[in-house]
Write a protein that binds this ligand. Structure first.
Ligand code: ATP
Ligand code: MG
Length: 400
C-alpha cells in the first residue's frame, strides 16, 4: 500500500531516510506514528528504525546525542527537530518477563518488526511512502482489532507489560482485542506482578486518560489483569461500577482527576498509601487527596472561599467537572465568584506578619502568635476582615 500524502512531520523527516540510504543502509518510519497516520490521527513522535548500527548512524549525521546506545537508539538533531533513530534489533532472551536480557542488533527489518507487540504497531513506512505490512496489520486496522504479532502467549510471556499496553491501546484506539490475543493476555496476567509498578502505572494512567477508557476497562475486567496490579485484587465489580457511575463519554481532564475518580468509586480508604504503592510522586498524592477532600465535602455542602483559597481555582474546577461526570450538578459560577472575591491568594499577601504584630502590639513569639495569624488569615479569606493594617490590628486587639 502506498500513501498519497504524508503528514508534515514525516515530510520533514524524509531527508533523514534518504541520507541513511545514501550511506548504504535501510531506514523506515516505524511504530505508533505509522499506525496513527493510517488511522488519520495526529502523530506525536516520529520514530525511525535503521539497519545502521549506532556508531554508523552517528557517522552519517552531524549532530547526534547518545540517548540509549545500548538499546541502539541515537538522537539525531536535524532541521530543528529531534529524531530517535534505533538500529533494527531483536530482543531474544527474556529471563525475568520484564526486559530483554540482551539486545541484538540485526540488519533485517523483518526481525525488528517481529519483536513488536501488536500488528498495528508493526508497520514500517519507507521513503517512497510505501507501507510495509508483514503481519497483516492493515486488515486488523480495517477491522479495528488489536492482535499480537506472532504467537500471543509467547509474546506476553516475553514481556507482560504488553498486556497493559494492549488494554490501554484498546482504550485509546477504540479497538477490540482479538480472541486469541485476549485469551493469552488472561493466561499471562499473573506475570504482571513481575512488571515494575512505575511502568504499569504509566499504562494504567494512559488507559484512564484515553477517550474510550470504558472499553479499556472491559479489557481489564475480561483479562483479570486487575488481580495482579497493586491493591486492585478482586476489583472486577468495582470497575463495573466505575463504568456505570461515570458517564461513558466523559473525558478525564488530568491524571489526578482520573485517579480521584478511581479512589472514590473503589472506596479506597487510604488514598495516599494506595498511591504510594503505585509509586506516584508526593505531589501527585497530595493533589489527589485534596481533590477527594473537596469532592467529599461537596456531597453535603456548597464550596467555600476557604477551599478556593486553600486548593486554588484550577483544582476545584476539576472537582466540579468530575461531579458532572458522575451526573451531579457543578457550580462553576460560585467558584468563579468566590475566587474573584478573594482578598488574598497566599499567606504572604497579608499586609502584616508575625514580626509586625510583635513590634506593634507587643506580642510574644510562640504558638499563640501562630494561632492569631491563622485567625487573621481565615477572617480575611472569609471576607470578614480587610487586608489592612489598622483593621488587622483592631481585630487582633479584640482577640487578646
Ligand atoms: P503511543 O502513541 O502511545 O506513543 P506507540 O505505539 O508509539 O504508542 P511506544 O511506547 O511509543 O508506543 O512504542 C513505539 C513502538 O515500539 C510501538 O509501536 C511498538 O512497535 C514498539 N514497542 C513499544 N513497547 C513495546 C513492548 N513492550 N513490546 C513490543 N514492542 C513494543
Ligand atoms: Mg510512541
Amino acid at each position: 500500500m502506498k500513501l498519497e500524502k504524508l503528514p508534515i512531520e514525516f515530510e520533514e523527516a524524509l531527508p533523514l531516510l534518504e541520507k541513511i540510504k545514501k550511506a548504504g543502509f535501510e531506514a523506515y518510519f516505524v511504530g505508533g506514528s505509522v499506525r496513527d497516520v493510517l488511522l488519520d490521527r495526529p502523530i506525536h513522535d516520529v520514530d525511525i528504525a535503521t539497519s545502521s548500527y549506532p556508531e554508523e548512524t552517528k557517522a552519517i549525521f552531524e549532530r547526534t546525542v547518545d540517548v540509549g546506545i545500548e538499546h541502539g537508539t541515537v538522537l539525531v538533531l536535524e532541521n530543528g527537530h529531534e529524531y530517535e533513530m534505533t538500529t533494527f534489533r531483536t530482543e531474544d532472551v527474556y529471563v525475568d518477563y520484564r526486559r530483554p536480557s540482551s539486545v541484538s542488533f540485526v540488519r533485517s527489518l523483518k526481525e525488528d518488526l517481529k519483536r513488536r507487540d501488536f500488528t498495528v504497531n508493526a508497520f514500517a513506512l519507507n521513503e517512497d511512502r510505501e507501507v510495509i505490512d508483514l503481519f497483516d496489520g492493515l486488515t486488523d486496522l480495517e477491522n479495528r482489532v488489536l492482535r499480537a504479532v506472532g504467537i500471543a502467549s509467547e509474546r506476553f510471556n516475553e514481556d507482560a507489560l504488553r498486556i497493559m499496553r494492549g488494554i490501554r491501546f484498546s482504550a485509546s484506539l477504540d479497538f477490540d482485542i482479538d480472541k486469541q490475543t485476549l485469551a493469552a493476555m488472561s493466561a499471562c496476567a499473573p506475570l504482571l506482578e513481575k512488571i515494575s509498578v512505575e511502568r504499569s502505572f504509566i499504562e494504567f494512567d494512559k488507559l484512564l486518560m484515553a477517550p474510550h477508557w470504558s472499553k479499556g476497562l472491559d479489557a481489564l475486567i475480561a483479562t483479570g489483569a486487575y488481580d495482579y496490579l497493586p491493591d486492585f485484587q478482586g476489583t472486577a465489580s468495582k470497575w463495573r461500577a466505575f463504568q456505570t457511575l461515570i458517564k461513558k463519554d466523559y473525558q478525564f481532564l488530568s491524571s489526578e482527576q482520573a485517579w480521584t475518580a478511581v479512589m472514590i468509586v473503589l472506596a479506597i480508604a487510604q488514598p495516599k498509601g494506595f498511591l504510594k504503592k503505585w509509586k506516584t510522586s508526593v505531589q501527585f498524592q497530595k493533589r489527589v487527596t485534596q481533590m477527594i477532600e473537596v469532592f467529599q465535602s461537596r456531597q453535603s455542602s456548597p464550596l467555600t472561599s476557604w477551599q478556593v483559597y486553600q486548593y486554588g481555582k484550577e483544582l476545584i474546577q476539576e472537582v466540579e467537572a468530575l461531579r458532572t461526570a458522575f451526573g451531579m450538578e457543578a457550580d462553576f459560577e460560585r467558584l468563579a465568584k468566590l475566587d474573584q472575591d478573594l482578598l488574598i491568594h497566599d499567606k504572604h499577601d497579608i499586609v502584616v506578619n508575625g514580626g509586625i504584630l510583635m513590634s506593634e502590639l507587643n506580642l510574644k513569639p510562640g504558638p499563640d502568635l501562630g494561632r492569631m495569624l491563622n485567625q487573621v488569615e481565615q477572617a480575611i479569606v472569609k471576607g470578614e476582615l480587610f487586608n489592612d493594617k489598622e483593621a488587622i490590628f483592631n481585630f487582633v486587639k479584640n482577640k487578646i
